[in-house]
Write a protein that binds this ligand. Structure first.
Ligand code: GAL
Length: 401
């Protein structure tokens, strides 16, 4: 067997080690009172899936969700790694006399169990939404006071993923409220990915590891370039809190929803991959264009997101509208995004020395073109169109596979 010699540059080793040790220290602290269970291994990589909210809002029904799950398979999304099919707000309409949550009978006539079974039969996983408050954000019944009952119901239905929102939570504190639901899910006995959605208000990155598998760090994304920039900027400084088992969530994807150009969607997707963000597609998979499918399923770009090292990339430099984002990868390479936020084309460069790479030669691969560009001495430059990225993998030549 060939031995793999990793000549990881000094700053990369220090950075990755610091991130991972921070993660494992926090894990020990916060998990002390919880039993180790299958929950802990549910999100060793950022979760990938589809969620109804960004495109459909409250206009959800079982037929649409079934077709979306089928489209996830037929479009190549499932093969690319997308797994969870999640219904967001508005599936629930009332509670019965015993307090059991009820799915709207007109839109979900077969019931949630049948829908979960249908999604499972395609080899996919099924997710649902509720809220820590009395009501959901759209005024449907929330889980406050019904945490154990709801968790048992979800487990019985075969739910694999719960997004848990933060509307109508007057008098509640986020940390204990989310811990309560996490404990209820564990007690219900079915491993369920727990997606904390309190918009970053209580800095969940400080307390949510060991409680949820992903935690929103911001308010809602919009299908607009300015929104992508706003959310991106809010991730700076949160890098050390992400890692295998728990991820910062800058909100779901808008790729393919129509409000941005193709370059902007590629930039949005590239940056979410550099950030090790959960990848929850938010478009109509049944009718997506080839370009949208190309963006969402590019294996080289997804590999950056799903890389086993699990380190969230960071903004390495910023000069006006020109930013370099870097994510270290498990094989000692770096994913590098040359990101031009500005209105006109820009020539952008990175130098190996400035990135503290100890060798003078690196191999560069263009991840969107899926093409090896060759050996580069001392650095790499590219013309980056307005509102776009050039995304490359930089492999120091002293790394031998
Ligand atoms: C918001 C949440 C959105 C969506 C919406 C549903 O609070 O951030 O992603 O879930 O509620 O009402």
């Amino acid at each position: 067997m060939m031995r793999k010699k990793l000549a990881i540059v000094a700053w990369l080793a220090v950075w990755a080690a610091a991130a991972l040790s921070a993660v494992s220290c926090r894990a020990k602290e916060t998990r002390g009172h919880l039993k180790l269970s299958d929950f802990d291994t549910l999100a060793l990589k950022p979760p990938m899936g589809w969620n109804s909210w960004n495109k459909f809002g409250c206009d959800v029904d079982e037929e649409m969700v079934r077709r979306m799950a089928e489209a996830m398979v037929q479009s190549g999304m499932a093969a690319a790694g997308y797994e969870y099919v999640v219904i967001d707000d508005c599936w629930q309409t009332a509670r019965d006399d015993e307090g059991n949550i009820i799915a709207g009978p007109e839109r979900f006539p077969s019931g949630i169990k049948a829908l979960a079974d249908a999604v499972h039969s395609l080899g996919l996983k099924f997710g649902i939404y509720s809220c820590a408050g009395d009501k959901t954000c759209e005024g449907r019944p929330g889980s406050r006071g019904y945490e154990e009952k709801d968790a048992r119901q979800y487990a019985a239905w075969g739910v694999d993923y719960l997004k848990y929102d933060w509307c109508h939570t007057e008098g509640l504190q986020a940390d204990p409220a989310y811990k309560k639901m996490r404990a209820a899910l564990e007690a219900a006995g079915r491993p369920i990915v727990f997606s904390i959605c309190e918009w970053g208000r209580s800095k969940p990155w400080l307390w949510a590891r060991g409680v949820g598998h992903l935690w929103r760090t911001t308010g809602d994304i919009k299908d607009k370039w300015e929104s992508v920039l706003t959310l991106l900027d809010l991730q700076v400084g949160l890098e050390e809190y992400a890692g295998p088992g728990g991820w910062n969530d800058p909100d779901m994807l808008e790729v393919g929803n129509g409000g941005m150009t193709s370059d902007e969607y590629r930039a949005h997707f590239s940056l979410w991959c550099i950030l090790a963000a959960p990848l929850m597609a938010g478009n109509d998979l049944r009718t997506m264009s080839r370009e949208t499918a190309f963006i969402l399923t590019n294996p080289d770009v997804i590999a950056v997101n799903q890389d086993a090292l699990g380190v969230q990339g960071r903004r390495f430099s910023k000069e006006d509208d020109r930013e370099i984002w870097v994510k270290p990868l498990a094989d000692g390479s770096l994913a590098v995004a040359l990101f031009n936020r500005g209105q006109s084309k820009a020539r952008m460069s990175v130098s190996w020395a400035e990135m503290k790479i100890e060798t003078s030669t690196c191999y560069v691969r263009d991840l969107w073109k899926r093409k090896e560009l060759g050996r580069f001495l001392s650095g790499y430059s590219a013309d980056v169109p307005s509102h776009a990225v050039v995304l490359v993998k930089v492999k120091p030549s002293n790394i031998i596979d």
